[in-house]
Ligand binder design. Structure first.
Ligand code: CLF
Ligand code: SF4
Length: 516
């Protein structure tokens, strides 16, 4: 057998450049690196990216922050095998309540997967993206993966196809990816330095041989970066997922961000390590901790100005169905799908998408009007927490929220900066008092919480903690509501009715919650 280096792509890295790299660089939503531009998905849409790129991302809930309020994705678990070992992965562990990559309840054949996708598409017109993200690696089971994509391209041509891979086999399948119009590919890249990689990957299986430690990491990083370059050259949008592992790759991810930007990555999604002993992973058993939200934000902020950052990832299961942050996979188990009367109604799906378009236009107009009302920018910036159940509106009751979305607001605009998961306060008719302090802690760096409704008890407790509960903007668009509240807040400060206080990030520093 030829040596690894003869066979590998290591020595064949082509120089960067080419028209597609240029497109990606220009197009990213937010290359400016300012706080308001860090996350993909400006609702301004085509104004800040070429129309052909907007067309690809506008209905993709992961590639557009704004789209994730309106559109759903689903994953089908057709790819059980993997060709590398990550120290944070254990696919044997399964729990239907667990939400993290690699976890699934049912593995599917391509035919079963296609049936399920059509069933979901007929029930959920907002499902616009089908992803294959495991539970192993999509390209370690290429026949199953591409058979699924091939069938779907024929039977559901309006659904965007999305693939997630560790990148080891990516260079070998770029042609196949393009053949099936897979417009979006995610590569998990946790390092570009094999010394760091050796602490994350004990082994890889490549060219019929197992490689260990530094050598394994060297092959992996070179294959990943080559695959990224090849996709960029073919005009496929790529997102890089990186798992932030404190003490292992936290500082190094800044280098990773630069390396992937240089190769045309569209987005960089830095996610916190999920690590618990009961998951049975190497890291979990060794006591390797995940990052606090503050540590995560610090690394994300340090990457500003590089590849555009995604901050709204919910670290989905490999069989997730629904809007990001919700999981409706229970409604579409195989036995339920078998009983369903599936009608793939393209007209119904298009009508939903047109409705969203109209809503988006209204949302942009409302935001513009709210910005005009802000007056001079005096540099004041605050965070607000928002309870929403979708459609980009403040439309969730405080007690029903299982997460709060956090927006930074200033006179120049709003920026989504993350979400905070919480336990439900409302337990079917009564409030769970034990839960309230943890919710207050989770959002205690915010000046206000915008909700559709709130009861007297949590209202008082929030006020006591200096967080203003605001129902006034119920069912309004989030950005409009946040800007409206902010204008009112500044006016009260200007009139001397209240004193503006800079709220600290004590909760974040305590690591009281994670961003995902
Ligand atoms: Fe799935 Fe991934 Fe496609 Fe999205 S998820 S394959 S790009 S359709 Fe999205 Fe889920 Fe985060 Fe992935 S929220 S884990 S980034
Ligand atoms: Fe697990 Fe994915 Fe890593 Fe494979 S590449 S070991 S499936 S996390």
């Amino acid at each position: 057998m030829a040596s690894m280096f003869e066979n590998s792509s290591i020595l064949r890295l082509k120089p960067l450049g080419g028209i597609k790299v240029e497109v990606a660089r220009q197009s990213g939503c937010g290359t400016s690196g300012g706080a308001g531009k860090s996350s993909c998905g400006s609702s301004d849409g085509p104004a800040d990216m070429p129309p052909e790129i907007w067309e690809k991302v506008k209905n993709h809930p992961c590639y557009s922050e704004e789209a994730h309020h309106h559109f759903a994705r689903m994953h089908v678990a057709v790819a059980p095998a993997c060709n590398i070992q990550c120290n944070y992965c254990n696919r044997k562990y399964d729990c239907s309540n667990e939400s993290r990559p690699g976890v699934v309840s049912q593995k599917l054949t391509p035919d079963q997967a296609v049936k399920k996708v059509l069933a979901v598409a007929s029930e959920i017109p907002q499902m616009t993206v089908l992803g294959i993200a495991g539970p192993g690696d999509a390209l370690a089971s290429p026949q199953k993966t591409f058979d699924t994509f091939r069938q779907l391209q024929e039977k559901a041509p309006d659904i965007k196809l999305c693939l997630s891979t560790n990148g080891l086999m990516l260079p070998d399948y770029v042609d196949e990816i393009c053949k099936y119009n897979i417009d979006h590919v995610t590569i998990t890249i946790n390092m570009t330095d094999p010394e760091v990689g050796a602490k994350i990957y004990p082994w890889i299986f490549y060219n019929h041989k197992r490689f260990y430690g530094r050598e394994a990491a060297q092959i992996l990083t070179e294959r990943q970066l080559l695959g990224l370059e090849m996709l960029t050259a073919r005009g496929v949008l790529t997102k890089i997922n990186s798992v932030l592992i404190p003490g292992v790759n936290d500082q190094h991810l800044i280098e990773v961000n630069k390396a992937v930007k240089a190769r045309g990555a569209f987005l960089h999604n830095i996610m916190p390590l999920i690590s618990e002993a009961e998951h049975g992973t190497v890291y979990g058993l060794a006591g390797q901790r995940g990052p606090s939200a503050h540590e995560l934000k610090e690394v994300q902020d340090a990457c500003m100005g590089g590849a555009n950052l995604m901050r709204h990832c919910r670290q989905c299961r490999a069989d997730a169905v629904g809007l990001l942050g919700e999981d409706r996979s229970d409604e579409f188990t195989l036995d339920k799908v078998e009983q369903m009367d599936v009608v793939y109604d393209l007209g119904k799906r298009r009508a939903y998408q047109q409705k969203v378009e109209a809503q988006r236009e209204a949302q942009v107009a409302a935001k513009k009007a709210a910005l005009l009302a802000q007056g001079v920018d005096d540099g004041m910036k605050v965070l607000v927490a928002v309870a929403t159940k979708g459609n980009g509106k403040v439309n969730e009751h405080f007690g029903h929220a299982h997460e709060f979305q956090i927006y930074e607001v200033s006179a120049t605009g709003t920026a989504f900066i993350g979400h905070r998961r919480v336990d439900h306060y409302c337990q079917g008719g009564w409030g769970e008092d034990d839960v309230l302090p943890s919710i207050v802690t989770a959002i205690n760096d915010c000046h206000a919480v915008l909700i559709a409704k709130i009861g007297a008890c949590p209202r008082d407790e929030l006020k006591e903690a200096g967080i203003e509960p605001v129902e006034k903007y119920a069912h309004e668009f989030i950005e409009n509501a946040a800007l409206g509240w902010f204008a009112d807040y500044r006016e009260r400060v200007a009139k001397g009715e209240i004193v503006h206080q800079v709220r600290g990030d004590a909760a974040i520093r305590q690591g009281a919650y994670l961003a995902a």
